[in-house]
Design a protein around this ligand. Structure first.
Ligand code: FDA
Length: 583
């Protein structure tokens, strides 16, 4: 006999996508089960750069403090170094992840959170722990085998890897957050563009205290240019901080066309010593693994009651640090929609907007990450080492940049340009934050999407045109300081207006009651819930004081009114009904 277990949402995978989905659903009170193949979460540090949007998700879900407590703080993440080895020649540094004085303002103006570094081995347990504490059923050592969809739900066949027993989980919806080799995605036949395993990388984790070489130039990433460093994966050899400054991860490429390299302890130790430039260093190798670099994204993310999220739909190198971040954000987009449909607050067509909104994001980040890893070539070209055949030749070419000759000067000028280009990998604020949604869950007001005034990959520009993310400003009162996002929590829609728009509150209450949808009004102004402390919000809102912004649970603007209309309740009702596919 096989048991059947029932739940609202079954999530396959406990990586950043799966555990964020479980946490978001549990936070909203939606019954869910999260299964995962292995006995615990990620066993290697893997993704680590945690950008502002992901931190905002954590803030919204009430775990920001826990993440910060385990993360390497913002001020230690950014002096990214390019060198011939950690102990060797430095070719240059670039302030990264918004730590440059010239960029820090952009980052601080855009979000209440800053980029930090938290390896997956630390992040996943926080997500899983909080999901479980809030009601998620978590099942480790449990493998997804197959599923069958019906009108009412999805019957999912799973295997308990401890007992060898199979059983069925009947869920209303299924989320495949089962990573780059997603079986769920292939079972529902998602369409993909691109290719897998286009280059090979190996990860080597090790312990060694090298503070003396790095703590004056604190960074998450030290890029090493040595013979062989342009082979395979991510553009160059990489020494990556896991914990400052005694736990590290090396990423080194290999030729994926050949047989997989054997990385035993001796080989790993040799690679570590080479990249550190410390031939006698005592190293403790703690792990090695091989992985493929991909350039692949799904162009559609759903089939009926089954959705995929995370690496299941976007597969790319770690360049730009987008993997885990985007995975978390996928689930954040999907979970509130599932909750709204399961509760009868929205029509099922709302769920189609997950794919409409997130597929373009998948394409954008996959292309950007691959382009960034390829653009490392410019650095090799600038140094003139692309055709160096021996180590001596490479050293000589790198040395040339010091020469007081026309060649030396040309090399220095070329380096300046090549370094500048790396901003598209390490300070791509527009890619990190500039997600704009066009779907039926956004009701436009006839204003087109704003044309960027600066490079849209490098710079994020705030807007309240429907589809945009709610701009950030600090508001509050003489005792509390709140971010704009704090006014619009994940478990409801929020209407934001000013004192001249106070009539919206009554309208919103009527619409909330009629549609049975959680919707609250926040009036910003002196003597109201919050004050525009710095007079920043008035400059950002792009509507009159009597106008209003309707903010979705995921902080995207669903709709806006420039001024208070004659029939605010009627207009708001129409807009919200359309957003929720109830019109
Ligand atoms: P993820 O792969 O994290 O999780 C998949 C989950 O599905 C796992 O919990 C697994 O157990 C489960 N699963 C799979 N099949 C299943 C089945 N049939 N049944 C049940 N469960 C199943 N990114 C980055 O930014 N910087 C980096 O340095 C690295 N380094 C790196 C190294 C290695 C070795 C890999 C493989 C990947 C990286 N990445 C990375 C990428 C990053 O780890 C990735 O983007 C995120 O983990 C994606 O999160 P997901 O939750 O989508 O998948």
């Amino acid at each position: 006999t096989t048991a059947t277990v029932e739940t609202d949402v079954l999530i396959v995978g406990s990586g950043p996508a799966g555990s964020a989905a479980a946490l978001a659903l549990a936070t909203l009170g939606v019954p869910n089960i999260m299964i995962t193949k292995y006995r615990w979460t990620a066993n290697t540090p893997r993704a680590h750069i945690t950008n502002q949007r992901a931190m905002e998700v954590f803030r919204d879900l009430g775990i920001e403090d826990q993440v910060l407590a385990d993360a390497t703080p913002h001020h230690l993440v950014g002096d990214t170094v390019f060198c011939t080895s950690i102990a060797g020649e430095e070719i240059g540094r670039i302030h990264t992840w918004g730590t440059s004085p010239a960029r820090e303002a952009d980052y601080q103006l855009a979000s209440p959170c800053l980029t930090v570094d938290i390896p997956q081995t630390y992040l996943e347990p926080i997500l899983v722990r909080n999901a479980a504490a809030r009601g998620s059923q978590t099942r480790f050592s449990t493998e997804y085998l197959s599923h069958v969809q019906g009108d009412e739900g999805v019957d999912v066949q799973v295997l308990d890897r401890l007992t060898g027993q199979q059983y069925t989980i009947r869920a209303t919806y299924l989320i495949g957050a089962d990573g780059a080799r997603s079986k769920v995605a292939s079972d529902i036949g998602l369409p993909f563009e691109g290719a897998m395993d286009i280059a090979g990388s190996m990860n080597i984790t090790f312990k060694a205290d090298i503070a003396a070489y790095v703590d004056h130039r604190p960074s998450v990433l030290y890029w090493v240019i040595q013979p062989g460093s342009n082979v395979g994966g991510i553009g160059a050899g990489l020494v990556r901080m896991v914990r400052p400054w005694n736990e590290w991860l090396i990423v080194w490429g290999y030729d994926i066309g050949g047989p997989p390299p054997v990385v035993d302890e001796d080989a790993a130790t040799q690679i570590v010593r080479n990249l550190l430039g410390m031939p006698d260093l005592d190293v403790e190798i703690t792990g090695t693994s091989l992985w493929g670099n991909n350039e692949m994204y799904a162009t559609h993310l759903q089939s009926g009651r089954v959705f995929c999220a995370g690496d299941a739909i976007h597969r790319h190198p770690p360049s730009n640090g987008l993997g885990s971040n985007t995975s978390v954000q996928d689930s954040y987009n999907l979970a509130w929609k599932l909750a709204a449909v399961l509760r009868g607050q929205a029509g099922p067509a709302l769920l189609d907007t997950y794919s409409t909104e997130r597929a373009p994001v998948a394409e954008r980040i996959v292309k950007r990450a691959n382009r960034s890893s390829r653009e490392f070539v410019d650095l090799f070209v600038a140094l003139g080492v692309t055709d160096a055949r021996t180590e001596e030749e490479m050293v000589a070419r790198i040395e040339e940049r010091k020469a007081n000759t026309p060649e030396g000067a040309a090399k220095r000028a070329a380096l300046l340009k090549a370094m500048e280009l790396k901003n598209y990998e390490f300070n791509a604020h527009g890619v990190e934050l500039g997600q704009f949604y066009e779907s039926s869950a956004v009701v436009g007001d006839g204003t087109p999407r704003p044309t960027p005034t600066r490079d849209p990959d490098l710079y994020h520009e705030a807007s309240t045109v429907p589809g945009s993310h709610l701009p950030h400003a600090w508001v509050g009162d003489n005792v509390h300081k709140q971010a704009m996002m704090d006014l619009a929590p994940y478990d409801r829609f929020t209407l934001i207006t000013g004192i001249a728009g106070e009539a919206w509150a009554e309208a919103a209450a009527a619409v909330a009651a009629e549609l049975g949808v959680p919707l609250a009004t926040v009036v910003i102004g002196p003597g109201r819930e919050v004050t525009d402390l710095y007079y920043d919000w008035a400059k950002l809102r792009e509507v009159e004081e009597s106008g209003a912004l309707l903010v979705r649970p995921d902080k995207h603007i669903a709709w806006r009114a420039r001024t208070l209309p004659e029939d605010p309740a009627g207009d708001l009702r129409d807009a919200l009904a359309r957003v929720l596919s109830r019109a």
